[in-house]
Design a protein around this ligand. Structure first.
Ligand SMILES: NC(=O)c1ccc[n+]([C@@H]2O[C@H](COP(=O)([O-])OP(=O)(O)OC[C@H]3O[C@@H](n4cnc5c(N)ncnc54)[C@H](OP(=O)(O)O)[C@@H]3O)[C@@H](O)[C@H]2O)c1
Length: 398
C-alpha cells in the first residue's frame, strides 16, 4: 500500500487522480488532500477519502473546513497556508506526491516533495518553469523520482529509453522532440477577431477539460511555451531540440525522433487519467478507466505548422528559456497576472502577450541559483504587470 498526498485535490488533475486511485483500493492510501478556497469540495472529498490531513491554503477556508469536520471526522488534522502544504508534501509516511496546484503557489510544496525524496508526479509545470535548475538539483540531491503528468511530457518519457537520464538525449540517439498542440479554441479564428474573445470562449477547449488558468494558457499557446521550458528541464535539453506542431485531434501526445529516422509516438484518447495512471503505476501499468483508442474510428491524423504571429506567447517562452536564469520565472509571473486580469474582465485577450512582453523588457532576469532570488523576481514581475493592467484597461490591446 502506497501513501499519497494530493496537492490541488479539488482541481481537474486532483479529481482525475482520485478517480484512478479509487479503481485500485488495494494499492493506494490517500494520506493528505489540499485545496485553496473550495471548502465544499474538500469537505466532500474528506468525507469520502478519510485522509489523515486536509489543508486549505486560505486560512479562513481552513477554519471553515475545521468547523465542518470537527465533530464527524475528528481524526482528520486540518492545516492551513503554505506551511501546511509543505508539511503534507514532506510527510515521512508518504511516498507519492501528486503536484497539481495551479500556478506559482505550487512551487514551495512541490519543491518540498522533491527535497523529501518523494516520487513527485509533476502536473504543476509552473514550479519547474520558475525554478528549473534548482528544482532538478533538488531531485538529484535528494534522490526523488520525477515523473511527468503533462500528457506531452509523459508521452516523451514513454518514448525514451530508460537510460536517457544517465546518458543524455544525444547519447541515446535523440535528434528532435515534437511537442504536439491541439491549437486550442482559436486555431481557426481570424486574428482580428481575437481582440473580442471572452473568457468563457477562451476556456471552451475543443479537446481537454481543464481549470480556467490552463485553459486560457492553451488559448494563447503560453501553455505550450511553458511546456517547452518544462521539457528542457525534464529531459536536460535545449529549446532548439524541441519543435511544437499543431495536431488538432489530440491523439498523438508527442513524438521523439531518433538519428536513424525512427519517430516514436504515444497515442491515446485525450484523457488525463492515462498519464496519471502511468506515473502512479510506473514501471508497471494499471487500468485507468480510459476509453480505448479505435484507430479505424479516428481514420485521420492531421498536423499543421504553428504561427508565431497568431500565438506570440510561444515566441516569448522560447526567448525566455534561451535567456535563462530568472527570466522564465518573470515570464510565468507576468502571464499569471495577465491571465487573471483577462479572466476578471480587466483586459482583452490580445493584451495578454503585450503585457508579458513589456514586463520582460522592463524586469530583467538574473542567475536563478537561490530560491530567494527567484521569489523576489517573481514578485517584481507581478508588481510591474499589475501596474500595467491598471494603465492598460479594457480597451487597450491590438
Ligand atoms: N487540467 C489538465 O488537463 C492539465 C494537464 C496538464 C497539466 N496541468 C497542470 O496541472 C496543474 C493543475 O491544473 P488543473 O487544470 O487541475 O487546475 P484547476 O482545476 O484550476 O485546479 C487547481 C487546484 O489548485 C488549487 N489551488 C489554486 N490556487 C491555489 C493556491 N494559491 N494555493 C494552493 N492551492 C491552490 C485549487 O484549489 P481550489 O479548488 O480550492 O481553488 C485546485 O485544487 C496546473 O499547473 C496545470 O498547468 C493540467
Amino acid at each position: 500500500m502506497k501513501n499519497i498526498t494530493i496537492l490541488g485535490a479539488t482541481g481537474t488533475i486532483g479529481l482525475n487522480t482520485l478517480d484512478v486511485i479509487q479503481r485500485h483500493p488495494q494499492q493506494f492510501q490517500v494520506t493528505a488532500l489540499t485545496a485553496n478556497t473550495d471548502v465544499d469540495r474538500l469537505t466532500e472529498l474528506c468525507q469520502l477519502w478519510q485522509p489523515r490531513y486536509a489543508v486549505m491554503a486560505d486560512s479562513q477556508a481552513a477554519e471553515q473546513l475545521h468547523n465542518r469536520l470537527k465533530h464527524s471526522h475528528p481524526h482528520i488534522q486540518i492545516l492551513a497556508g503554505t506551511e501546511g502544504l509543505v508539511q503534507v508534501a514532506s510527510l515521512p509516511e508518504v511516498s507519492i506526491v501528486m503536484a497539481a496546484i495551479v500556478g506559482s503557489a505550487g512551487l514551495l510544496p512541490t519543491l518540498a516533495a522533491a527535497q523529501s525524496g518523494k516520487r513527485v508526479l509533476l502536473a504543476n509545470k509552473e514550479a519547474l518553469v520558475m525554478s528549473g535548475q534548482l528544482f532538478m538539483d533538488a531531485v538529484t540531491q535528494h534522490q526523488a523520482e520525477l515523473l511527468p503528468i503533462d500528457s506531452e511530457h509523459n508521452a516523451i518519457f514513454q518514448c525514451l529509453p530508460s537510460c536517457y537520464e544517465r546518458a543524455g538525449l544525444a547519447t541515446v540517439g535523440v535528434n528532435q522532440i515534437y511537442l504536439t498542440a491541439s491549437g486550442g479554441p482559436f486555431r481557426n479564428h481570424d486574428i482580428e477577431q481575437l481582440h473580442e474573445v471572452t473568457p468563457d470562449q477562451a476556456c471552451a477547449h475543443p479537446k481537454w477539460k481543464m481549470g480556467r488558468k490552463i485553459s486560457v494558457d492553451s488559448a494563447t499557446m503560453m501553455n505550450k511555451g511553458l511546456e517547452v521550458i518544462e521539457a528542457c528541464w525534464l529531459f536536460a535539453t535545449t529549446p532548439a531540440t524541441i519543435q511544437v506542431i499543431i495536431h488538432p485531434q489530440s491523439i498523438i501526445h508527442s513524438l521523439v525522433e531518433y538519428v536513424d529516422g525512427s519517430l516514436l509516438a504515444q497515442l491515446s484518447n485525450p484523457d488525463m487519467r492515462t498519464p496519471i495512471a502511468h506515473a502512479l503505476a510506473f514501471p508497471q501499468r494499471m487500468e485507468a478507466g480510459v476509453k480505448r483508442l479505435n484507430l479505424l474510428e479516428i481514420a485521420q491524423l492531421e498536423f499543421e505548422a504553428i504561427s508565431l504571429t497568431r500565438f506570440p506567447c510561444l515566441r516569448l517562452a522560447y526567448d525566455a528559456m534561451s535567456q535563462g536564469g530568472t527570466t522564465t520565472a518573470i515570464l510565468n509571473a507576468a502571464n499569471e497576472v495577465a491571465v487573471q486580469a483577462f479572466l476578471d474582465g480587466q483586459i482583452r485577450f490580445t493584451a495578454i502577450p503585450q503585457l508579458i512582453e513589456k514586463t520582460l523588457t522592463h524586469v530583467t532576469g538574473r542567475a536563478a541559483t537561490e530560491l530567494q532570488t527567484i521569489l523576489e523576481d517573481d514578485q517584481r514581475a507581478r508588481g510591474f504587470t499589475a501596474e500595467l493592467v491598471k494603465s492598460y484597461g479594457r480597451d487597450a490591446g491590438a
